[in-house]
Design a protein around this ligand. Structure first.
Ligand SMILES: [Ca+2]
Ligand SMILES: [Ca+2]
Ligand SMILES: [Ca+2]
Ligand SMILES: [Ca+2]
Length: 213
């Protein structure tokens, strides 16, 4: 009889816990569903002379990850940039992220400009400002960083792609924007980003374009 009372009591406790449980957790979306890295490449000779591609680490390898300085073959005044969204696999990394970029002079050893940031993916993404070197004229080296934080949105991040453009005249004369394929399509390369005369651009900007549900 005592045992039966105990079992009944337990059953009531368990069932009331089971009913209460869904209210203990706020409904939450999920962050980025892809493990990815980003590559950046600089070109001289109006896009015909390719420098070495530099990559960030994959998102799964840690929190913030950035490329080495990206330069063309003589590490001086490149004419074009290209960006690679490299997808490792469809895996729930479940992070929020944004992109940060920077330009420098002297082959990446000085003349550092300010970091420029895209909005966070959870904020709907968007363009960064133009990253220029310290004198705002003919930079030599470029860097991109992925910054992450926990995903805290009610909606989920479904898909994203990355945009790139360069500009001359300290960011006032903008070239056309070019985009990677969507992450859900496996990512890939942008086209060449150049300014109007495909020669000695002054700065670059990136965008994070997101789809949420
Ligand atoms: Ca050069
Ligand atoms: Ca300069
Ligand atoms: Ca130019
Ligand atoms: Ca220039």
């Amino acid at each position: 009889m005592k045992m039966k009372t105990l079992v009944t009591t337990l059953a009531i406790v368990v069932s009331s816990y089971a009913v209460a449980e869904p209210e203990m957790y706020a409904p939450s979306g999920t962050g980025v569903n892809y493990d990815f890295r980003i590559g950046l490449q600089a070109f001289d000779d109006r896009g015909r002379d390719a420098g070495r591609v530099e990559y960030t680490q994959y998102l799964s390898s840690g929190s913030s990850t950035e490329t080495n300085w990206v330069v063309d073959r003589d590490a001086y005044d490149p004419d074009a940039l290209k960006l690679h969204l490299s997808i490792l696999r469809n895996t729930p990394v479940n992070k929020d992220f944004r992109l940060a970029i920077r330009a420098a002079d002297n082959g990446g050893r000085g003349g550092y400009g300010y970091w420029q940031y895209t909005p966070w993916a959870s904020e709907g993404g968007g363009w960064s400002g133009f990253a220029l070197d310290s004198d705002g004229y003919d930079p030599d080296a470029f860097k991109i960083r992925i910054e992450t934080r926990n995903w805290q949105e009610y909606v989920s991040l479904r898909d994203f792609r990355i945009g790139l453009k360069v500009a001359d005249d300290r960011g006032r004369e903008q070239g056309s924007a070019t985009f990677t394929p969507w992450a859900s399509h496996g990512g890939g390369w942008t086209s060449l980003a150049t300014d109007n005369d495909s020669y000695d651009f002054d700065g670059f900007a990136v965008s994070l374009e997101v789809r949420k549900y």
